[in-house]
Write a protein that binds this ligand. Structure first.
Ligand SMILES: [Zn+2]
Length: 249
């Protein structure tokens, strides 16, 4: 690490749980961020500010006026640009050391398999179940840790599936694909802006700790947040032995 880096990341290096070694892990790592919306915005900002060396940014949307209420990585001046280009510019402004790879594509199963293989950690910041199941399957296949987040109305959740362990439950154990009720989307139901910030920041926090080798937090757990009463609950995930995705084939 050079003097500039020691200065930039000094407040992390001062933490005994991170230190020089943990910061070096961050600098050497690659994170895949799927979705640059309400959750991906704060998540990517914190990963870049913290010096995660390489960010693969995946989203196929363009920035719209109605996004700006919560998607804080984007600007009024970037309306009409692809979200990945808009995000890349904002991240470069904060930390030009971080290599951002903008991927203006829809994350389908084939593409995800290829992208997950390149990453050390995956943040699912998407807004639909199809993507979530595809991300889960790809992370399980490549045994990469997955930090999953969701937010709708005043309710949010974060969970960590650390597939480096054979015992880890998967997203499908938690929400089996065939039992998911009709999808709520914030376009029609609304979402409280700071809730997306809370959930996205939690995803960044869990990801940074996983990369830095800190074995404490939400691994194998589900955190739920109700931002109306401001109640936060944590529960343990149990693996479904008959899960169609991670169970016996
Ligand atoms: Zn499972």
């Amino acid at each position: 690490m050079n003097d500039q880096q020691l200065l930039r990341y000094g407040r992390h290096i001062l933490l005994k749980e991170i230190g020089i070694e943990g910061q070096q892990y961050l600098l050497d790592s690659c994170a895949l961020v799927i979705g640059l919306g309400g959750l991906g915005s704060p998540a990517a900002l914190y990963l870049a500010a913290s010096g995660v060396g390489k960010l693969l940014l995946c989203d196929h949307d363009t920035v719209e006026f109605s996004n700006l209420q919560r998607q804080i990585i984007h600007r009024t001046s970037t309306i009409g640009q692809t979200k990945v280009a808009s995000a890349q510019a904002a991240l470069h402004d904060i930390n030009p050391e971080v290599e951002c790879v903008p991927l203006d594509i829809r994350a389908d199963a084939t593409k995800l398999r290829e992208l997950v293989a390149q990453a050390d950690i995956v943040l699912d910041c998407s807004d639909n179940f199809d993507t979530r199941y595809a991300v889960n399957a790809a992370c399980l296949e490549h045994r990469k840790p997955l930090v999953s987040g969701a937010a709708i109305q005043f309710d949010g959740q974060v969970s960590v599936f650390d597939f480096r362990s054979e015992e880890a439950a998967c997203y499908n154990c938690l929400f089996p694909e065939d039992s998911v009720a009709s999808e709520l989307r914030c376009a029609t139901t609304g979402v409280f802006a700071p809730l997306t910030g809370i959930v996205g920041a939690l995803q960044a926090a869990e990801s940074l700790k996983l990369i830095a080798g800190i074995d404490r937090g939400l691994s194998g757990k589900l955190l739920t947040i109700n931002a109306l009463d401001m109640q936060i609950m944590r529960s343990k995930l149990t693996r479904d032995e008959s899960c169609r995705v991670c169970g016996p084939k």
